[in-house]
Design a protein around this ligand. Structure first.
Ligand SMILES: Cc1cc2nc3c(=O)[nH]c(=O)nc-3n(C[C@H](O)[C@H](O)[C@H](O)COP(=O)(O)OP(=O)(O)OC[C@H]3O[C@@H](n4cnc5c(N)ncnc54)[C@H](O)[C@@H]3O)c2cc1C
Length: 383
């Protein structure tokens, strides 16, 4: 275990995923004495296991299941992604690491006329907040993505979507934060937090830490930490699988989704295809997530239906990551109720995309007590 000489900081950030590393980076850049505490290594949970999609459109499954009213309520959350996507464009330059940000937009393909109608309604909502997605017909789909099955009628095309490399993003934020004086401590689990005479006291696996302000970006670990401040956060956990193929010549330039069944599909810069979409893993008797062969088979069947030419490409690996959700799919961002100096930041399902803006917004809260983004729809007290 590390011997840590200094355990008092202006700000302590809990959680070393993309959200926590981006926040630590922005705080260090603002000249704040900040430390990040992470239970395992950096980027080992959702942020390092995700599929690297940069999302900018309403996802079809919740739209189909929860309806138009839900989607209207989700527009602030979608706007957050759209603003974050603008930041991704220059992030590689800013962090001095090639994060492999790219892609020619997203294509949500549909096989039925009723799904095409649903896509048109979804697009109207996206356009209402300035996202210039549009419906394209079979001919334009063929032109843009000739590898998509000819049985598809068309797609929702969202030009702001793309992909990036989740393995390098959070570590790049952390490396730049460290260069600017931030302390990053891994292998330290926060067990308990309390506020005494305007300071926050942490009980951890490496003794006691003290801070003037705190930022909780612990994602799946948030409900436990929020309880110390008397709030219940309804964050759900679902273990899902992502698969990767051998490297093949570049032929997919878009982030592909399918309306009828769960699918995300894209090609990394290395040439590997990443195939996912939220197919669930299963649980062992001891409660740990484990590989689900039925899910993998279903996932591959859907991928083949949408893109038949991948049938000869070998799959090399499938892994599991735990996806975290909120009941309304909007993020939870803001001050911990009645606790000045304590802030929470969590974006459900698509938090990799959201991480650059999350880091900026949480820093604004710490430094100014307010944010340039309207955080009312994301209040931790709304549940
Ligand atoms: C399989 C999968 C695929 C996904 N695909 C995409 C995608 O393509 N695009 C997209 O935008 N999003 C995707 N997501 C969602 C995205 O990965 C997450 O929303 C995002 O990574 C959350 O980042 P985070 O930093 O908030 O959380 P995490 O990355 O989970 O980081 C939280 C950290 O807090 C630490 N922690 C928790 N409790 C404590 C404690 N008590 N003490 C110390 N440390 C603690 C954890 O160890 C963890 O490292 C996917 C998720 C999964 C699981």
């Amino acid at each position: 275990m590390d011997i840590i000489s200094r355990k008092q900081f202006d700000v302590i950030v809990v959680g070393g995923g993309a959200a926590g590393c981006a926040t630590t980076y922005n705080l260090a850049k603002a000249g704040v004495k900040v430390a990040l505490l992470e239970k395992y290594d950096l980027n080992t949970q959702a942020s390092g296991r995700n599929a690297g999609s940069l999302h900018g459109q309403i996802q079809f499954e919740p739209f189909d299941e929860l309806g138009d009213e839900w989607a209207k309520n989700f527009l602030p959350g979608l706007n957050f992604l759209a603003e974050s996507l603008k930041m991704w464009k220059t992030l590689s330059t800013e962090l001095k690491v090639d994060l492999e940000v790219g892609g020619n937009g997203g294509l949500m393909v549909a096989q039925t006329s009723s799904d095409m109608l649903a896509l048109a309604r979804k697009i109207e909502l996206e356009n209402s907040i300035g996202i210039n997605s549009r419906l394209i017909d079979r001919n334009e789909l063929k032109e843009k993505a000739p590898y998509i099955s000819q049985s598809m009628l068309g797609a929702a095309f969202c030009p702001i979507e793309g992909k990036a490399n989740p393995l390098t993003t959070a570590p790049a934020f952390a490396a730049r934060a460290q260069e600017m004086g931030a302390e990053i401590h891994t292998g330290i689990e926060v067990f308990e937090i309390s506020k005494e005479s305007s300071k926050f006291h942490f009980k951890t696996s490496n003794g006691e830490f003290v801070a003037n302000q705190i930022v909780l970006t612990a994602n799946a670990g948030l409900p436990k930490l929020a309880k110390f401040f008397g709030i219940d956060l309804p964050i759900t956990d679902v273990p899902v699988q992502v698969s990767v193929t051998e490297q093949v010549e570049k032929f997919v330039n878009h982030l592909i989704y399918f309306t009828t069944e769960k699918l995300t599909f894209k090609q990394a810069n290395s040439g590997s295809l990443l195939i996912g979409g939220g197919w669930p893993a299963k649980y062992k008797n001891n409660g740990e997530p484990t590989f689900n062969i039925d899910s993998l088979q279903s996932n591959l069947k859907v991928a083949l239906k949408v893109c038949p030419s991948i049938s000869k490409i070998n799959l090399i690996r499938t892994w599991i990551g735990v996806g975290n959700g909120t009941p309304d799919h909007n993020p939870i961002i803001g001050m911990v109720p009645n606790t000045p100096g304590a802030y929470i930041g969590m974006y459900p399902y698509m938090g990799f995309t959201a991480s650059p803006l999350m880091g900026q917004v949480l820093t604004e809260l710490v430094v100014n007590g307010t944010s340039s983004v309207d955080l009312k729809p994301f209040s931790p007290q709304r549940f």
